[in-house]
Write a protein that binds this ligand. Structure first.
Ligand SMILES: NC(=O)CCC(=O)C(=O)O
Length: 264
């Protein structure tokens, strides 16, 4: 399979409408890929908290329309990154959208672990409750968004649900880039799965972004890694390597479930 990770620049000098149109053009160029991935909250920037409410959209809003059209024009599966979604009840969610090559919405995933460190996302957004997998021809994709990468239990739940390719859409800051790389490799090794992790470039709300989108194979080897600036990271990967790795080194079969809490 061929995947293209669009590490788009998210700076303040570009309007949401301009970036949406540019992202759609970047997707269209990837005709021929099997899967195209965009990062987290690329319309606003993941740390531009003061824009979440003003730029929030219904699920079937302008970003849905633009990305459905781009997926269809390119004939690709598109993980369109996430948007600030406004639910009809008024609650905001950080929601990732996946489109089929015919432009149908195949899945929506509301980020489960909200970033609470700086009181931004965790205060402004509601929490998703449901892990989401999407069956693609050739591989089942499990969805995660940015801070989720720190929570192995979500990735194990996705693996238990059949995911063999774990796609992380992120807006990870440069300050913690070492964690990003380490955690992407850890999630790949412990689940014996591919990890495709797509971040943003640029600076918004005073937070320089890490870039360095990364693709890791089920053995933990880095297949491709981007630099810090805007770029499209293309990679070929073989989904058959997941069952082969799990058979050759069957660590997942040796799990011990239902451990008692430690005695005091
Ligand atoms: N948008 C995010 O989820 C930020 C996560 C982050 O900065 C971190 O985990 O570190």
């Amino acid at each position: 399979m061929r995947a293209s990770l669009i590490q788009i620049r998210v700076d303040e000098g570009e309007s949401v409408a301009e970036r949406r149109s540019r992202a759609a053009d970047l997707v269209r160029v990837e005709e021929g890929a099997d899967l195209v991935v965009l990062p987290e909250l690329w319309t606003t920037g993941a740390f531009a908290y003061d824009t979440f409410a003003t730029e929030a959209e219904p699920l079937q809003g302008p970003t849905h329309e633009a990305m459905a059209g781009a997926a269809k024009d390119a004939g690709v599966w598109l993980h369109a990154g996430s948007i600030p979604e406004r639910d009809p009840d008024g609650t905001l969610y950080n929601t990732a959208l996946v489109f089929s090559p015919s432009g149908e919405l195949a899945a929506a995933y509301r980020k489960i672990h909200r970033f609470g460190f700086d009181q931004g996302e965790a205060v402004l957004m509601g929490a998703g409750r449901e892990p989401v997998t999407v069956p693609l021809p050739g591989t089942t994709v499990g969805l995660a968004t940015c801070y989720d990468l720190r929570f192995p239990e979500l990735f194990r739940a996705l693996t238990d649900a059949g995911a063999e390719t774990l796609v992380v859409s992120a807006g990870w800051p440069e300050r913690r880039r070492a964690h990003w790389t380490l955690l992407a490799q850890a999630r790949a090794v412990e689940n014996q799965a591919y990890v495709l992790a797509c971040g943003t470039a640029g600076t918004h709300a005073g937070v320089p972004q890490a870039g360095h989108s990364i693709v890791v194979d089920p053995w933990g080897e880095v297949l491709a890694e981007a630099g810090p600036d805007e770029e499209v990271l293309g990679v070929e990967f073989d989904p058959a390597k997941v069952p082969a790795t799990r058979e050759q080194f069957p660590a997942l079969k040796d799990r011990v479930l239902g451990l008692e809490p430690p005695r005091r």
